[in-house]
Design a binder for this molecule. Structure first.
Ligand code: FRU
Length: 434
């Protein structure tokens, strides 16, 4: 009988990682977003900029990420914690920072006082005319690998918006007081939009507000050991070629009483994923998106995933004005959960909303990043805006922008996650990633 058992069991267990990867893309629906409530569990405490400290007095920083172990936990290298951040000198107009962004790094032994290491890359090495967000890991042999967005073309004379995922590796060298990166590899483009799952720049029409193929996030699935990059993208195709699907909107019952304006078709944000096919993490196979927000949202930025117990928690950040016409939702962190990486997602808290900026300080923080233990970091964006729409003010009011922009790390938050619910538990200090 004992011999017979294994003979019975072997053929039945057929779930391989690749079978699971074929599962359906999850649709974040207009119905989900309509379930949204703003409450004490998801509203961040007000940020008081005057009480905060800058890591550097010369530059602004925004999207930030720590050096991570492959399991997602912040790494410590010879006693040093290391943070990467998009940066520009602080005489650049905050609204213009994306045009000249560079990746800088900071290191610290106590996690409180940070030393600036300056630009991560040597002059001229990085791809793109500027570099946008990414993630950084340390390999077992101690090597740094950074994944980043190469935006625009290296020697362009006019700003362009092509986005591709790039990578490079280096040795991490430390002394008692310093961290440097040496022996850089060549920089390589490893992912570009394919036009079939992910929209290319050419497929993006003038009536669409944005195009994205950026913000690579490394993830090793603890259940399978497989390695992936998640990224921000848009559903493929030209506006006129993308078809409508009832499932983008919600249930039959919801659709009966819901108006879905034609203009919401241009909103096609997605969370993409690609699977590593070599150990050096330079070759990836592009897979169908984990999530699409067609008719719902246009920009699902800096996606990432953590695993708690049996559950995957998938996160992305977005702005109020990136929600399609007819939907009302705050600038914030949104999340979804499933017991498998591919498919079966449900929005957290019914709608997806996890962290909202407070209503009277609606742009105070952005670019939240959830660490495996539930600590969430972000940066200070625009504070004390007196009900003004900061994106409308845009470039017209330089002084206003300068005065109200933070450009520094925000106090971290602690998030608790239980099944399909989340809750902001308390505030932590700036620079706490663990
Ligand atoms: C989020 C973001 C990212 C992008 C970067 C560009 O704050 O829009 O998606 O990589 O900023 O500055």
């Amino acid at each position: 009988a004992i011999i017979g058992l294994s003979a019975i069991f072997t053929p039945i267990v057929s779930s391989s990682a690749s079978a699971k990867e074929n599962l359906e893309t999850y649709n974040w629906t207009r119905e989900d977003v309509s379930n949204l409530t703003i409450n004490a569990q998801n509203t961040a405490p007000e940020i008081k900029k005057d009480e905060l400290v800058e890591m550097t007095s010369e530059s602004y920083i925004w999207d930030s990420w720590p050096l991570q172990e492959k399991n997602g936990h912040p790494a410590v290298v010879n006693g040093f914690k290391i943070i990467f951040a998009l940066s520009v000198p602080n005489d650049v107009l905050p609204g213009k920072r994306h045009d000249t962004a560079e990746i800088h790094y900071f290191f610290s032994k106590d996690g409180k006082s940070w030393e600036s290491g300056g630009p991560v890359f040597k002059d001229g090495d990085a791809l793109g005319s500027r570099q946008w967000a990414g993630s950084s890991i340390v390999h077992k042999d101690g090597k740094l690998q950074i994944f980043y967005t190469a935006t625009g073309d290296k020697n362009e004379t006019q700003l362009s918006y092509d986005q591709r995922v790039a990578t490079a590796t280096a040795d991490i060298t430390t002394t008692n007081t310093s961290v440097t990166f040496e022996n850089w590899s060549d920089h390589e483009i490893i992912l570009e939009p394919d036009g079939e799952y992910y929209q290319t720049n050419e497929q993006t029409g003038p009536e669409e507000s944005s195009y994205a193929f950026r913000d690579p996030y490394f993830f090793q699935d603890p259940k399978t050991g497989e390695e992936y990059l998640l990224f921000e993208a848009n559903s493929a195709g030209k506006l006129e070629d993308r078809s409508y699907n009832d499932e983008y909107i919600g249930s039959v019952k919801f659709r009966q009483n819901h108006e879905n304006p034609e203009s919401s078709k241009a909103f096609n944000g997605s969370i993409g994923i690609a699977k590593a096919s070599n150990q050096g993490l330079s070759k990836f196979n592009i897979l169908p998106p984990l999530l699409e927000a067609n008719y719902v949202n246009d920009e699902l930025e800096r996606p990432s995933v953590i695993v708690k117990g049996n559950n995957y928690y998938l996160f992305a950040k977005t702005h109020s004005e990136k929600f399609a016409t007819g939907l009302h939702a705050p600038e914030g962190l949104y999340g979804f959960t499933s017991d498998s990486l591919f498919g079966g997602y449900q929005p957290l808290n019914e709608s997806g909303l996890v962290i909202a900026n407070p209503t009277d300080n609606p742009y105070q923080a952005y670019s939240w990043m959830v660490m495996p233990n539930g600590t969430v970091t972000s940066f200070v964006n625009y504070v004390n805006v007196d009900g003004k729409d900061i994106y409308e003010i845009g470039e017209q009011s330089p002084d206003y922008q300068m005065e109200h922009f933070g450009g520094m790390l925000a106090p971290s938050l602690k998030l608790s996650l239980t099944r399909n619910e989340s809750k902001i538990v308390h505030e932590k200090k700036q620079g706490v990633f663990k």
